[in-house]
Design a protein around this ligand. Structure first.
Ligand code: B1M
Length: 241
């Protein structure tokens, strides 16, 4: 690309007024902006879509999660590297911060409590944060203990907050086995059945969830928010029988 082309491209980018784009063009532009780590634009785009009557869930899934999938593919293929992906993650968090209060709007008494954290050795937190947001939206009180949690961290949080549900997230094939370390320790201490254990993260599946001794594997945030109340209801029924 010569200097003239670069100047032309820069001018075209500057000329884009997000508010003037049709919905589908705006979503496409947001995918590009997420890819380029442009947090302000992602915040602006999210606000515009909400103002146009989009639900927070639709903005999240179509504009943000959709864009992050593209980032993931290019990261895998060696087209994007860690610094760029960090910028994309930062932009995604900007959009999520706008959606968070809307997804969490319930106004009702919490239907249960969940402690959630990403396992030891793993610093991915976008998916976990989304799960926390959707669970709050489903009426749960959520205690998010962050990333890189050792078994001791989980145990301390369980002891302190006495939740109904323990949620664990892992995004790496190298860190996901740590979930079993945590469940095994709960078993050793005789407290495994005090909690519903839910696990999730892109490399996991049903089979893995069962193998680590979890009560459920959650494919995504929406499914977690569906599954959690169901499992709590089943548990209450079992106690009453
Ligand atoms: Co990383 N990374 N990363 N990364 N990263 C992946 C996971 C990877 C698949 C990329 C790739 O190769 N295509 C790959 C893992 C390969 C593997 O293990 N098989 C990978 C790698 C290799 C790495 C590093 C090792 C790279 C390096 O340093 N060489 C390194 C590891 C660092 C570490 O953790 N120790 C690393 C670093 C990073 C960044 C820091 C740059 C950044 C993280 C920033 C952050 O999270 N704050 C990052 C990112 C952003 C990704 C990708 C691109 C996107 C992850 C994401 O946020 N997805 C990812 C590729 C991908 O997954 N497409 C990748 C969006 C999110 C909404 O989806 O997290 O799947 P997800 O969450 C979903 C569900 O999985 C589920 O619900 C969520 C919402 O619907 N879910 C749960 C998740 N947790 C749950 C918990 C529950 C329930 C459901 O509890 C009940």
């Amino acid at each position: 690309m010569n200097d003239d082309d670069q100047n032309l491209e820069a001018t075209e980018d500057e000329d884009i007024v997000l508010a003037e784009l049709a919905d589908d063009e705006l979503v496409e532009q947001m995918h590009d902006d997420l890819y380029d780590g442009m947090r302000d634009e992602i915040e602006e785009g999210s606000t515009i879509l909400l103002d146009r009557g989009w639900s927070a869930e639709k903005v999240l899934n179509e504009a943000l999660v959709g864009g992050m999938k593209i980032v993931g593919i290019d990261f895998r293929d060696g087209i994007l590297f860690v610094p760029e992906v960090l910028l994309a993650a930062n932009a995604m968090k900007g959009g999520m911060a706008i959606l968070r209060p809307l997804l969490a709007e319930t106004g009702v008494k919490p239907i249960g409590k969940m402690v959630i954290g990403t396992v030891k050795g793993d610093i991915h937190d976008i998916g976990k944060n989304l799960v926390a947001m959707m669970m709050e939206g489903a009426g749960f009180e959520v205690i998010d203990i962050g990333i890189n949690n050792s078994v001791e961290d989980y145990l301390a949080a369980l002891e302190e907050h006495k939740p109904d549900i323990l949620g664990m997230s892992a995004l790496l094939t190298t860190t996901m086995p740590y979930m079993k370390v945590v469940v095994d320790e709960l078993v050793n201490r005789g407290i495994r059945d005090d909690y519903i254990v839910l696990v999730g993260g892109a490399p996991l599946n049903e089979e893995f969830g069962a193998a680590v001794g979890a009560d459920g594997y959650c494919r995504d945030a929406a499914q977690t928010a569906e599954m959690a109340p169901q499992l709590m209801a089943e548990r209450r029924e079992a106690v009453c029988e």
